[in-house]
Design a binder for this molecule. Structure first.
Ligand SMILES: [Zn+2]
Length: 425
Protein backbone atom coordinates (compact mmCIF):
# COMPACT_ATOMS: atom_id res chain seq x y z
CA UNK A 1 0.00 0.00 0.00
CA UNK A 2 1.28 3.43 -0.98
CA UNK A 3 -0.06 6.64 0.55
CA UNK A 4 0.92 10.05 -0.79
CA UNK A 5 0.47 13.08 1.48
CA UNK A 6 0.56 16.14 -0.74
CA UNK A 7 1.30 19.80 -0.08
CA UNK A 8 1.29 19.78 3.70
CA UNK A 9 3.48 21.89 5.94
CA UNK A 10 5.82 19.22 7.26
CA UNK A 11 7.19 19.80 10.76
CA UNK A 12 9.90 17.27 11.57
CA UNK A 13 12.42 18.76 14.00
CA UNK A 14 14.48 15.56 14.16
CA UNK A 15 15.43 16.20 10.50
CA UNK A 16 15.36 20.02 10.66
CA UNK A 17 12.40 20.08 8.32
CA UNK A 18 9.84 22.88 8.47
CA UNK A 19 8.51 23.40 4.94
CA UNK A 20 5.77 22.54 2.49
CA UNK A 21 6.47 19.21 0.79
CA UNK A 22 5.10 15.80 -0.14
CA UNK A 23 5.58 12.52 1.73
CA UNK A 24 5.27 9.05 0.26
CA UNK A 25 4.54 6.10 2.52
CA UNK A 26 5.17 2.57 1.36
CA UNK A 27 4.12 -0.39 3.47
CA UNK A 28 4.79 0.49 7.10
CA UNK A 29 7.61 2.97 6.41
CA UNK A 30 8.31 6.44 5.08
CA UNK A 31 9.66 5.99 1.54
CA UNK A 32 10.30 9.49 0.24
CA UNK A 33 10.06 13.17 1.17
CA UNK A 34 10.48 15.83 -1.51
CA UNK A 35 9.13 19.17 -2.71
CA UNK A 36 7.04 17.36 -5.32
CA UNK A 37 6.46 13.65 -5.62
CA UNK A 38 4.68 12.37 -8.70
CA UNK A 39 3.80 8.73 -8.44
CA UNK A 40 0.80 6.47 -8.44
CA UNK A 41 -0.45 5.78 -4.91
CA UNK A 42 -3.51 3.85 -3.74
CA UNK A 43 -4.43 6.78 -1.54
CA UNK A 44 -3.63 10.45 -1.88
CA UNK A 45 -4.24 12.94 0.93
CA UNK A 46 -4.49 16.65 0.12
CA UNK A 47 -2.75 18.32 3.05
CA UNK A 48 -2.87 21.89 1.73
CA UNK A 49 -2.94 24.33 4.71
CA UNK A 50 -2.48 21.40 7.06
CA UNK A 51 0.42 20.54 9.32
CA UNK A 52 2.00 17.13 8.84
CA UNK A 53 4.00 15.81 11.78
CA UNK A 54 5.16 12.64 13.47
CA UNK A 55 2.49 10.75 15.39
CA UNK A 56 2.52 11.85 19.02
CA UNK A 57 4.08 9.75 21.75
CA UNK A 58 2.31 9.98 25.10
CA UNK A 59 4.58 8.64 27.79
CA UNK A 60 2.10 8.70 30.68
CA UNK A 61 -1.21 6.90 30.14
CA UNK A 62 -3.38 4.78 32.43
CA UNK A 63 -5.09 2.14 30.30
CA UNK A 64 -6.82 0.49 33.32
CA UNK A 65 -6.59 -2.94 31.73
CA UNK A 66 -6.18 -5.53 33.17
CA UNK A 67 -8.64 -5.14 36.01
CA UNK A 68 -10.74 -2.03 35.54
CA UNK A 69 -12.26 -2.50 32.10
CA UNK A 70 -15.29 -0.49 33.25
CA UNK A 71 -13.05 2.61 33.26
CA UNK A 72 -11.05 1.99 30.08
CA UNK A 73 -9.57 -0.77 27.98
CA UNK A 74 -6.55 -1.05 25.74
CA UNK A 75 -8.97 -0.93 22.80
CA UNK A 76 -10.93 2.15 23.93
CA UNK A 77 -7.85 4.07 25.08
CA UNK A 78 -5.97 3.46 21.84
CA UNK A 79 -9.01 4.55 19.79
CA UNK A 80 -9.11 7.74 21.85
CA UNK A 81 -5.36 8.16 21.37
CA UNK A 82 -5.62 7.94 17.57
CA UNK A 83 -8.36 10.56 17.56
CA UNK A 84 -5.98 12.78 19.51
CA UNK A 85 -3.12 12.19 17.06
CA UNK A 86 -1.25 9.89 19.44
CA UNK A 87 0.24 6.81 17.78
CA UNK A 88 2.27 5.46 20.73
CA UNK A 89 1.50 5.38 24.44
CA UNK A 90 3.38 4.18 27.49
CA UNK A 91 1.03 2.20 29.73
CA UNK A 92 1.58 2.96 33.39
CA UNK A 93 1.81 -0.17 35.56
CA UNK A 94 -0.54 0.74 38.45
CA UNK A 95 -3.40 -1.34 37.10
CA UNK A 96 -5.46 -3.32 39.61
CA UNK A 97 -3.29 -6.26 38.59
CA UNK A 98 -0.03 -4.29 38.77
CA UNK A 99 2.67 -4.97 36.20
CA UNK A 100 5.18 -6.03 38.84
CA UNK A 101 6.43 -9.27 37.31
CA UNK A 102 7.23 -10.63 33.86
CA UNK A 103 4.08 -12.81 33.88
CA UNK A 104 1.81 -9.78 34.27
CA UNK A 105 3.74 -7.94 31.58
CA UNK A 106 3.18 -10.94 29.29
CA UNK A 107 -0.53 -10.89 30.16
CA UNK A 108 -0.79 -7.23 29.18
CA UNK A 109 1.26 -7.84 26.04
CA UNK A 110 -1.22 -10.51 24.95
CA UNK A 111 -4.14 -8.08 25.43
CA UNK A 112 -2.28 -5.41 23.47
CA UNK A 113 -1.52 -7.80 20.64
CA UNK A 114 -5.20 -8.71 20.37
CA UNK A 115 -6.91 -5.37 20.90
CA UNK A 116 -4.62 -2.32 20.59
CA UNK A 117 -5.21 0.12 17.72
CA UNK A 118 -1.97 2.02 18.35
CA UNK A 119 1.50 1.15 19.62
CA UNK A 120 1.39 0.41 23.34
CA UNK A 121 4.64 0.28 25.29
CA UNK A 122 4.69 -1.14 28.79
CA UNK A 123 6.07 0.14 32.08
CA UNK A 124 6.55 -2.17 35.06
CA UNK A 125 6.53 -1.23 38.73
CA UNK A 126 9.64 -0.43 40.76
CA UNK A 127 8.47 -2.36 43.81
CA UNK A 128 6.28 -5.41 44.28
CA UNK A 129 2.62 -4.44 44.47
CA UNK A 130 3.80 -0.81 44.45
CA UNK A 131 4.22 -1.10 48.19
CA UNK A 132 7.57 0.68 48.15
CA UNK A 133 9.37 -2.12 49.98
CA UNK A 134 10.76 -4.94 47.88
CA UNK A 135 12.16 -4.29 44.42
CA UNK A 136 10.63 -6.15 41.52
CA UNK A 137 12.88 -8.39 39.43
CA UNK A 138 13.98 -5.62 37.12
CA UNK A 139 16.02 -7.83 34.76
CA UNK A 140 13.07 -10.18 34.32
CA UNK A 141 10.67 -7.28 33.73
CA UNK A 142 13.00 -6.07 31.00
CA UNK A 143 12.97 -9.53 29.43
CA UNK A 144 9.18 -9.48 29.71
CA UNK A 145 9.12 -6.41 27.49
CA UNK A 146 8.86 -3.41 29.81
CA UNK A 147 10.81 -0.32 28.75
CA UNK A 148 10.49 1.72 31.94
CA UNK A 149 9.70 1.27 35.62
CA UNK A 150 7.55 3.44 37.86
CA UNK A 151 5.51 3.18 41.04
CA UNK A 152 3.29 5.93 39.58
CA UNK A 153 0.37 6.79 41.80
CA UNK A 154 2.85 6.75 44.67
CA UNK A 155 6.40 7.73 45.35
CA UNK A 156 8.96 5.22 46.63
CA UNK A 157 9.32 6.64 50.14
CA UNK A 158 12.43 4.67 51.02
CA UNK A 159 15.35 6.46 49.36
CA UNK A 160 17.62 3.41 49.63
CA UNK A 161 15.10 1.33 47.68
CA UNK A 162 14.87 3.93 44.93
CA UNK A 163 18.65 4.32 44.80
CA UNK A 164 19.04 0.58 44.25
CA UNK A 165 16.30 0.66 41.62
CA UNK A 166 18.07 3.47 39.77
CA UNK A 167 21.32 1.50 39.69
CA UNK A 168 19.65 -1.73 38.54
CA UNK A 169 17.56 0.11 35.97
CA UNK A 170 20.70 1.67 34.54
CA UNK A 171 22.34 -1.76 34.24
CA UNK A 172 19.27 -3.05 32.45
CA UNK A 173 18.83 0.08 30.31
CA UNK A 174 15.39 0.88 31.73
CA UNK A 175 14.09 4.35 32.47
CA UNK A 176 12.94 5.14 36.02
CA UNK A 177 9.87 7.38 36.08
CA UNK A 178 9.13 9.06 39.40
CA UNK A 179 5.81 10.19 40.77
CA UNK A 180 7.41 12.64 43.17
CA UNK A 181 5.12 13.18 46.14
CA UNK A 182 5.80 13.11 49.84
CA UNK A 183 2.59 11.68 51.27
CA UNK A 184 3.65 12.74 54.75
CA UNK A 185 3.24 16.31 53.48
CA UNK A 186 0.31 15.94 51.04
CA UNK A 187 -1.64 13.62 53.34
CA UNK A 188 -5.34 13.66 52.63
CA UNK A 189 -5.20 16.90 50.67
CA UNK A 190 -7.56 17.49 47.75
CA UNK A 191 -6.69 20.81 46.10
CA UNK A 192 -3.78 23.25 45.99
CA UNK A 193 -2.78 24.50 49.44
CA UNK A 194 -3.38 28.13 50.23
CA UNK A 195 -6.18 30.41 49.21
CA UNK A 196 -7.97 27.66 47.27
CA UNK A 197 -7.98 25.06 50.04
CA UNK A 198 -9.01 27.74 52.53
CA UNK A 199 -11.88 29.06 50.40
CA UNK A 200 -13.15 25.55 49.68
CA UNK A 201 -12.73 24.34 53.25
CA UNK A 202 -10.72 21.36 52.04
CA UNK A 203 -7.31 20.04 52.99
CA UNK A 204 -4.52 21.26 50.74
CA UNK A 205 -1.75 19.58 48.79
CA UNK A 206 1.26 21.86 49.12
CA UNK A 207 3.81 22.45 46.36
CA UNK A 208 6.32 21.43 48.97
CA UNK A 209 4.99 17.86 48.96
CA UNK A 210 6.02 17.71 45.29
CA UNK A 211 9.23 19.69 45.05
CA UNK A 212 10.88 18.32 48.18
CA UNK A 213 10.45 14.87 46.69
CA UNK A 214 11.67 16.02 43.26
CA UNK A 215 14.77 17.36 45.04
CA UNK A 216 15.35 14.02 46.74
CA UNK A 217 14.74 11.99 43.57
CA UNK A 218 17.09 14.12 41.50
CA UNK A 219 19.72 13.79 44.24
CA UNK A 220 19.41 10.01 44.16
CA UNK A 221 19.84 10.01 40.38
CA UNK A 222 23.04 11.99 40.83
CA UNK A 223 24.27 9.51 43.41
CA UNK A 224 23.42 6.54 41.19
CA UNK A 225 24.81 8.32 38.10
CA UNK A 226 21.63 7.11 36.41
CA UNK A 227 18.92 8.78 34.34
CA UNK A 228 15.65 9.71 36.03
CA UNK A 229 12.38 11.04 34.65
CA UNK A 230 10.06 13.20 36.75
CA UNK A 231 6.38 12.76 35.92
CA UNK A 232 3.65 15.41 35.91
CA UNK A 233 5.55 18.48 37.12
CA UNK A 234 3.01 20.98 38.45
CA UNK A 235 4.76 23.69 40.46
CA UNK A 236 7.36 26.39 39.92
CA UNK A 237 9.79 25.12 42.54
CA UNK A 238 10.02 21.72 40.81
CA UNK A 239 10.81 23.46 37.52
CA UNK A 240 13.63 25.40 39.19
CA UNK A 241 15.08 22.28 40.86
CA UNK A 242 15.10 20.41 37.54
CA UNK A 243 16.60 23.40 35.75
CA UNK A 244 19.49 23.56 38.23
CA UNK A 245 19.97 19.78 38.15
CA UNK A 246 20.27 19.81 34.36
CA UNK A 247 22.81 22.63 34.58
CA UNK A 248 25.13 20.56 36.76
CA UNK A 249 24.85 17.53 34.48
CA UNK A 250 22.37 15.30 36.32
CA UNK A 251 20.58 13.12 33.79
CA UNK A 252 17.08 14.28 34.64
CA UNK A 253 14.21 14.66 32.22
CA UNK A 254 10.72 15.86 33.01
CA UNK A 255 7.18 15.96 31.72
CA UNK A 256 4.14 18.04 32.48
CA UNK A 257 0.50 17.59 31.46
CA UNK A 258 -1.63 20.11 29.52
CA UNK A 259 -3.87 20.87 32.50
CA UNK A 260 -0.89 22.21 34.46
CA UNK A 261 -0.23 24.97 31.94
CA UNK A 262 -3.71 25.45 30.45
CA UNK A 263 -5.71 25.56 33.70
CA UNK A 264 -5.22 26.95 37.19
CA UNK A 265 -6.67 26.38 40.66
CA UNK A 266 -9.36 28.97 39.82
CA UNK A 267 -11.13 26.18 37.91
CA UNK A 268 -11.59 24.04 40.97
CA UNK A 269 -13.45 26.64 43.05
CA UNK A 270 -16.79 25.46 41.64
CA UNK A 271 -16.17 21.97 43.09
CA UNK A 272 -16.08 20.42 39.60
CA UNK A 273 -14.66 16.94 40.21
CA UNK A 274 -13.25 16.91 36.66
CA UNK A 275 -10.77 19.48 37.99
CA UNK A 276 -9.62 17.13 40.74
CA UNK A 277 -6.30 15.48 40.02
CA UNK A 278 -3.01 14.74 41.73
CA UNK A 279 -0.87 16.81 41.71
CA UNK A 280 -3.63 19.44 41.84
CA UNK A 281 -4.17 22.44 39.59
CA UNK A 282 -1.92 25.15 40.95
CA UNK A 283 -1.59 28.93 40.81
CA UNK A 284 -1.22 31.19 37.78
CA UNK A 285 2.45 31.68 38.74
CA UNK A 286 3.00 27.95 38.67
CA UNK A 287 1.34 27.60 35.23
CA UNK A 288 3.58 30.41 33.94
CA UNK A 289 6.67 28.71 35.36
CA UNK A 290 5.67 25.46 33.64
CA UNK A 291 5.39 27.34 30.33
CA UNK A 292 8.78 28.93 30.91
CA UNK A 293 10.18 25.48 31.67
CA UNK A 294 8.78 24.16 28.40
CA UNK A 295 10.19 27.13 26.52
CA UNK A 296 13.74 26.89 27.91
CA UNK A 297 13.95 23.09 27.70
CA UNK A 298 13.77 22.36 31.43
CA UNK A 299 10.58 20.39 30.80
CA UNK A 300 11.27 17.98 27.96
CA UNK A 301 7.89 16.45 27.28
CA UNK A 302 4.14 16.86 27.46
CA UNK A 303 2.17 13.76 28.49
CA UNK A 304 -1.52 13.43 29.21
CA UNK A 305 -1.51 11.47 32.50
CA UNK A 306 -4.76 10.09 31.03
CA UNK A 307 -6.59 8.73 34.08
CA UNK A 308 -10.10 7.49 33.29
CA UNK A 309 -12.72 7.23 36.04
CA UNK A 310 -16.35 6.20 35.75
CA UNK A 311 -19.30 8.51 36.47
CA UNK A 312 -19.90 6.79 39.79
CA UNK A 313 -16.34 7.63 40.82
CA UNK A 314 -16.54 11.24 39.66
CA UNK A 315 -20.16 12.35 39.78
CA UNK A 316 -20.19 12.49 43.59
CA UNK A 317 -19.15 14.89 46.36
CA UNK A 318 -15.78 16.50 45.72
CA UNK A 319 -14.16 14.92 48.78
CA UNK A 320 -15.13 11.41 47.72
CA UNK A 321 -14.39 11.74 44.00
CA UNK A 322 -11.32 10.00 42.60
CA UNK A 323 -8.27 11.94 41.50
CA UNK A 324 -7.47 12.07 37.79
CA UNK A 325 -8.65 13.27 34.40
CA UNK A 326 -8.66 11.93 30.85
CA UNK A 327 -6.44 13.65 28.31
CA UNK A 328 -5.68 11.67 25.17
CA UNK A 329 -8.24 13.44 22.98
CA UNK A 330 -7.40 16.98 24.12
CA UNK A 331 -3.63 16.82 24.61
CA UNK A 332 -2.65 18.20 21.22
CA UNK A 333 -5.43 20.80 20.95
CA UNK A 334 -4.93 22.06 24.51
CA UNK A 335 -1.21 22.38 23.82
CA UNK A 336 -1.75 24.19 20.53
CA UNK A 337 -4.27 26.55 22.15
CA UNK A 338 -2.14 27.38 25.15
CA UNK A 339 1.40 27.14 23.77
CA UNK A 340 1.43 27.73 20.00
CA UNK A 341 -1.37 30.30 19.86
CA UNK A 342 0.18 32.20 22.78
CA UNK A 343 3.67 31.92 21.26
CA UNK A 344 5.23 29.96 24.09
CA UNK A 345 6.39 27.39 21.52
CA UNK A 346 6.32 27.26 17.72
CA UNK A 347 5.14 24.10 15.95
CA UNK A 348 8.67 22.73 15.86
CA UNK A 349 8.98 23.25 19.60
CA UNK A 350 5.61 21.60 20.16
CA UNK A 351 6.51 18.53 18.10
CA UNK A 352 9.68 18.18 20.17
CA UNK A 353 7.63 18.05 23.39
CA UNK A 354 4.97 15.70 22.04
CA UNK A 355 6.99 13.32 19.87
CA UNK A 356 10.75 13.81 19.50
CA UNK A 357 11.69 14.07 23.17
CA UNK A 358 9.38 11.34 24.51
CA UNK A 359 10.90 8.97 21.91
CA UNK A 360 14.42 9.95 22.99
CA UNK A 361 13.64 9.61 26.68
CA UNK A 362 12.06 6.19 26.17
CA UNK A 363 14.80 5.11 23.77
CA UNK A 364 12.43 4.16 20.98
CA UNK A 365 13.00 4.65 17.28
CA UNK A 366 10.03 6.94 16.63
CA UNK A 367 9.09 10.61 16.65
CA UNK A 368 10.74 11.43 13.33
CA UNK A 369 9.77 11.47 9.67
CA UNK A 370 13.10 10.23 8.32
CA UNK A 371 13.25 7.96 5.28
CA UNK A 372 12.86 4.34 6.38
CA UNK A 373 11.27 5.31 9.71
CA UNK A 374 7.93 3.94 10.91
CA UNK A 375 5.14 5.73 9.03
CA UNK A 376 3.47 7.14 12.18
CA UNK A 377 2.15 10.45 10.90
CA UNK A 378 -0.66 12.87 11.65
CA UNK A 379 -2.28 15.54 9.52
CA UNK A 380 -3.55 18.46 11.61
CA UNK A 381 -5.89 21.33 10.73
CA UNK A 382 -4.25 24.08 12.82
CA UNK A 383 -6.98 26.71 12.50
CA UNK A 384 -9.96 24.47 13.22
CA UNK A 385 -11.69 25.44 16.47
CA UNK A 386 -13.90 22.99 18.36
CA UNK A 387 -15.94 22.81 21.51
CA UNK A 388 -15.02 19.96 23.85
CA UNK A 389 -18.21 17.97 24.46
CA UNK A 390 -18.65 15.14 26.90
CA UNK A 391 -20.61 12.88 24.56
CA UNK A 392 -17.97 13.03 21.82
CA UNK A 393 -15.17 11.27 23.69
CA UNK A 394 -14.08 7.85 22.45
CA UNK A 395 -12.58 7.13 25.83
CA UNK A 396 -14.87 4.96 27.99
CA UNK A 397 -14.65 7.55 30.75
CA UNK A 398 -15.62 11.18 30.22
CA UNK A 399 -13.81 12.93 33.08
CA UNK A 400 -12.16 15.71 31.09
CA UNK A 401 -11.28 19.10 32.61
CA UNK A 402 -11.68 20.68 29.17
CA UNK A 403 -15.41 19.95 28.71
CA UNK A 404 -17.14 23.16 27.65
CA UNK A 405 -13.90 24.81 26.54
CA UNK A 406 -13.01 25.81 22.99
CA UNK A 407 -9.74 24.46 21.67
CA UNK A 408 -7.80 25.14 18.50
CA UNK A 409 -6.68 22.46 15.98
CA UNK A 410 -8.13 19.12 15.03
CA UNK A 411 -6.57 15.89 13.83
CA UNK A 412 -7.68 15.12 10.27
CA UNK A 413 -5.78 11.89 9.73
CA UNK A 414 -3.81 9.57 11.94
CA UNK A 415 -1.57 7.08 10.21
CA UNK A 416 0.01 4.31 12.26
CA UNK A 417 2.70 2.16 10.62
CA UNK A 418 1.53 3.11 7.16
CA UNK A 419 -2.18 2.51 7.78
CA UNK A 420 -4.84 5.20 8.04
CA UNK A 421 -6.29 4.35 11.44
CA UNK A 422 -8.28 7.52 12.10
CA UNK A 423 -9.95 9.98 9.79
CA UNK A 424 -12.07 12.94 10.92
CA UNK A 425 -15.58 13.00 9.52
ZN1 LIG B 1 1.51 9.98 39.05
Amino acid sequence: MKILIKGGHVVDPANNRDEVCDILLEGTKIAKIAKKINCAAEKSIDATDKIVMPGLIDMHVHLREPGREDQETVASATSAALKGGITSVLAMPNTSVPIDCAENAELLKAIIKKTAHATVLIAGTITEGRRGEKLTNIAKLKKGGVIAISDDGSSVDNGQVLLKALKLAKENKLLVICHSEDKALSGHGMVNSGITSTRMGLRGISSESEYKRVQRDVGLAEKAKAPIHIAHVSCKESVEIIRKAKKIGIKVTAETAPHYFALTEQEVLGFDTNMKMNPPLRSRDDAEAIKQGLRDGTIDAIASDHAPHTESEKDIEFERAQFGVIGLETELAASVTELVEKEVLDWTGLVRKLAVNPAKILGIDKGTLGIGCDADIIVVAPEEEWLVEKNRFLSKSKNSPFIGKKLKSTVEYTICQGKIVYQAR
